[in-house]
Design a protein around this ligand. Structure first.
Ligand SMILES: [Zn+2]
Length: 209
């Protein structure tokens, strides 16, 4: 049984996905960015809620339905409060609702810039294996090799060489050059006492140490 330092990297994209919508202002398909605002419309006991998007080119708005003609009694009170107060956390989570966007747009741009909340899950004394668990609750348009090269401060050629020699492995196997998927684990084996272990420990645990 290998002694392991296990860390978890939740990857949070900095920019919400942008659907391509036909813009009535520019007269063509354009990416629309989330404005971070909600529009509500009450009609008797029925309520509509939309998330407002803006054309990146001309600022014309497009409203993405959160729900329409919903009976007020059927709305979760916590959701109702978030909608009425324009709760930024709730709106941010909803802006990453990729399924809802897919129902309205065939093309959706995701973004590669991420914030990584690095944290230690478990650190066995005298570890010689490093396991990095990737969690991507929202789509991230970033290849695994680019993420690792940047975070481990390795030239990509060196990373590839380590991968091909078995010093770095992935679970599932063979996805180093693929787009990041949640649940992927990166395994790195060291020789006990190797100098780069301390350096890499610092890089993988971040401020979560
Ligand atoms: Zn436009």
């Amino acid at each position: 049984m290998c002694k392991t330092l296990r860390v978890r990297w939740p990857l949070i994209p900095k920019t919400a996905p942008q659907p391509w919508i036909t813009c009535s202002g520019c007269g063509g398909l354009r990416p629309f960015r989330c404005s971070g605002r909600i529009r509500l419309n009450a009609n008797g006991r029925r309520l509509d809620a939309w998330l407002i998007y803006k054309c990146v080119n001309c600022d014309r708005t497009w409203n993405r339905p959160v729900f329409e003609r919903r009976n007020v009694r059927d709305i979760d009170p916590a959701v109702m409060e978030a909608l009425q107060s324009n709760d930024p956390d709730w709106i941010r989570a909803e802006s990453f609702n990729i399924e809802a966007l897919r129902r309205k747009s065939k093309r959706i741009d995701a973004f590669s810039e991420v914030e990584i909340g690095k944290a230690i899950v478990d650190e066995a004394p005298g570890w010689t294996r490093l396991a990095i668990e990737l969690a991507a609750p929202w789509p991230v348009d970033l290849r695994l090799d680019r993420l690792l090269a940047a975070e481990l401060k390795l030239p990509r050629a060196r990373l590839t060489a380590l991968y091909e020699s078995g010093g770095i492995r992935t679970e599932p196997d063979g996805i180093l050059r693929r787009r990041i998927r949640s649940g992927t684990v990166v395994l790195i084996d060291f020789f006990a006492g190797e100098e780069r272990m301390a350096l890499w420990r610092g890089l993988v645990v971040g401020d979560g140490a």
